[in-house]
Design a protein around this ligand. Sequence first.
Ligand SMILES: Cc1cc2nc3c(=O)[nH]c(=O)nc-3n(C[C@H](O)[C@H](O)[C@H](O)COP(=O)(O)O)c2cc1C
Length: 329
Amino acid sequence: MAAQARSIPRLSPHTVANCLHAAVAAPSVHNTQPWLFRVRGRQVEVWVDRDRQLPALDPSGRQMFISVGAAIFNLRIAMCVNGRIPVLRLLPDATRPELAALVQAGPLTAPGPAATVLAAAIARRHTNRRPYRAEAVPWPVLDELSGAAAAEGARLTVAEPIPRDAILALTRTADEILRQDAGYLTELAAWTGGDPGRQDGIPAYAYPPDDAAGRLPLRRFGPAREAARFERRPTIVRLTTRGDAPYDWLRAGQALQRVLLTATVRQLAASPVNQALEVPELRALVGGGHGHAQMILRIGYGDPVPATPRRTVSEILHPDTASAESGAA
Ligand SMILES: Cc1cc2nc3c(=O)[nH]c(=O)nc-3n(C[C@H](O)[C@H](O)[C@H](O)COP(=O)(O)O)c2cc1C
């Protein structure tokens, strides 16, 4: 057994760089990129970066763990297409709760078609807050998205018209409550706009236009440059989990990313609309009997939008990382 383990090769610097590059392309709440990585031999440690948590919006760290879960999914997929079977352990050390996961490069493998297709979607996936076309998402595609969530231990359900309108009404109420919270507004200001060279936060070009009909309560990150007509009947899905602890949030994040990449493969756009999940009394109403609501997504067909910035790989290495181990040039 030991001899067999020894024969499994280390990660090459090229593979490490590919894996980390893929991981940081993940979505994150307010584009905070709350992750750190440390590479040891053939093991990648993924840490949550508490310095990037949003204390007003996300006091429990739920959305931070979901964001890190999304990065873990990208890392796993990148490891597959770089010819290694990823072996995942979530929260492997109870004494170090910031260590979100160990992703070990297992034996060599020929990448399968599913991983190859999802990996190719990583760079094309962007949050799209613009109007979508009035074109229904076919049920087989919605089923495929539900299957993607289920494969990662979460549940994705499509909100029928009445629950959908109820969720949007809750979102509007939540938005009004949040906008009276000075802490929320201060955080929003800190993570939006900024100088053009900034490598995190949400740039003004990614803000949603104003909804001319006032129906769709997308989060307002700053003054919109224009007004637009949004789809009258948005497709709203919710992602739920059975539990509601860091382990479940990491699962939800992986499910979220598998859903978003699958949507990208199917030419679908998506944008989270999460305000109702940030007011505890309202969040409890969103789950719809399916468990704890982790994400609310609007999906549909839209025109492409540009990517948002990311920090470079050298900036997301754990401070204890020896540069020789990182393999990141
Ligand atoms: C846990 C989580 C919560 C998010 N919540 C919202 C939200 O409520 N509204 C929104 O417009 N975008 C939301 N986003 C999208 C992020 O703002 C987006 O991922 C980030 O700005 C990076 O942009 P990108 O997805 O285009 O790469 C969320 C993303 C994550 C992972």
